[in-house]
Design a protein around this ligand. Structure first.
Ligand code: NAD
Length: 340
């Protein structure tokens, strides 16, 4: 059997998510990051990587290359998708981890420059080929897909909860609030931004925010199209997010214990992706956890006849891990079907 070549990834954006993807790939045996485009200076990007990772000495900067024991990645100081020369690096998948290039025309620019596929770290801004979540709708992926999104960390956590519970119960509708760590697009001090509340200091406030998960849910789980409303509260913590979901069940007999038991049973169907915690954890306990949802059995409460409230934890590391899972999913499809 011929040895399978590592999948070659190009990264756009070496921020929190980009660095997590790079570090995870450097510890894998099947994915290589071969080129990275970012507006940051190479020495600063290397410094940030080393500040956040364990075994920082594994990552060195050699000229314009970030080097680790498994591969070398060319750092490219550029900011326009149409200028990024993916053909020079024989890139299988470009991962956009900036959140800035969610429209089709940006994704087409990466494809025109030689990338075989493009994967967004965020929900898309336009209609694209597929929003893919391994373990949830990975079976729908097609070898001809080119423009992809892995959703977002919050969307994945919500989809996992709905996917797992709907295997055991009928769910009529619900609401989700993500109690979310602040993100780098928020201002530390009050600063005029894209909307009123997001112009207020992230370090000092609980900031109510919209969330697009509900708009795209039907593309991932068609049975929930238009049934779940979604929003966020951005809070002054650096990392660790909490998903608060109220679900209205069709059957009044569904108890909090039944929901917890179902999640305990279902967790084994999503290895490495969904976990269940029985301990009284708080947000900092979840940092470094690569699951996309850690369901909290102590948070489950029943209200009235049909409504059950649930809590679940997640952090961006889980999303970085899922992005690499999508890369692997398409590599396996290419392997089975021959690269299109
Ligand atoms: N981290 C989260 O919890 C979270 C949650 C939801 C959404 N998001 C969004 O996802 C995106 C990525 O998240 P992150 O936390 O990794 O962000 P980040 O700010 O840490 O990283 C973004 C990186 O992209 C680079 N960049 C920006 N514009 C660029 C351009 N034109 N060309 C090349 N590089 C460019 C920046 O220099 C930075 O290194 C952001 O839009 C963020 O708002 C993040």
């Amino acid at each position: 059997m011929p040895q399978q070549q590592p999948v070659r990834v190009g990264l756009v954006g070496f921020g929190q998510t980009g660095r997590q993807i790079y570090d995870l790939a450097s510890r894998s045996n099947d994915v290589e990051v071969v080129a990275i485009a970012d507006i940051g200076q190479p020495d600063i990007l290397h410094y940030l990587l080393c500040a956040e990772t364990r075994d920082a000495e594994r990552h060195t900067l050699e000229g314009n290359f970030l080097v680790n024991p498994r591969f070398r990645a060319r750092l490219m100081h550029m900011n326009e998708p149409r200028e990024m020369p993916w053909d020079l690096f024989d890139v299988d998948m470009v991962i956009d981890a900036t959140g800035n290039f969610r429209q089709r025309h940006f994704m087409e620019a990466h494809l025109n420059n030689g990338a075989r596929r493009v994967l967004l770290r965020t929900l898309p801004g336009d209609d694209i080929d597929r929003i893919v979540m391994p373990g949830i709708n990975g079976g729908d992926a097609r070898v001809e897909d080119r423009m992809l999104s892995a959703g977002s960390a919050t969307t994945t956590a919500l989809c996992l909860l709905l996917h797992a519970l709907s295997r055991e119960f009928a769910i009529n509708c619900g609401s989700m609030t993500s109690i979310h760590a602040y993100t780098s697009d928020q201002a530390l001090q009050d600063y005029a931004g894209s909307d009123y509340r997001r112009s207020r200091s992230a370090a000092e406030n609980i900031i109510p925010n919209s969330h697009e998960a509900g708009l795209w849910l039907g593309r991932i789980l068609p049975q929930f199209e238009g049934k779940i409303v979604t929003s966020a509260l951005n809070v002054p913590i650096h990392e660790g997010c909490l998903l608060d979901v109220n679900l209205v069940f069709a059957d009044s007999g569904v108890t909090a214990d039944a929901v917890n038991d179902a999640m305990r049973r279902q967790a084994s169907s999503y290895p490495g992706i969904l976990d269940v915690v029985e301990d009284p954890v708080v947000s900092s306990d979840i940092i470094g956890n690569a699951h996309s949802l850690v369901f909290d059995t102590q948070g489950t409460l029943k209200a009235g006849s049909y409504t059950v409230k649930t809590l679940g934890w997640y952090e961006t590391l889980g999303h970085a891990a899922r992005l690499l899972d999508v890369v692997r999913l398409y590599a396996a499809l290419d392997q089975q079907g021959g690269a299109a």
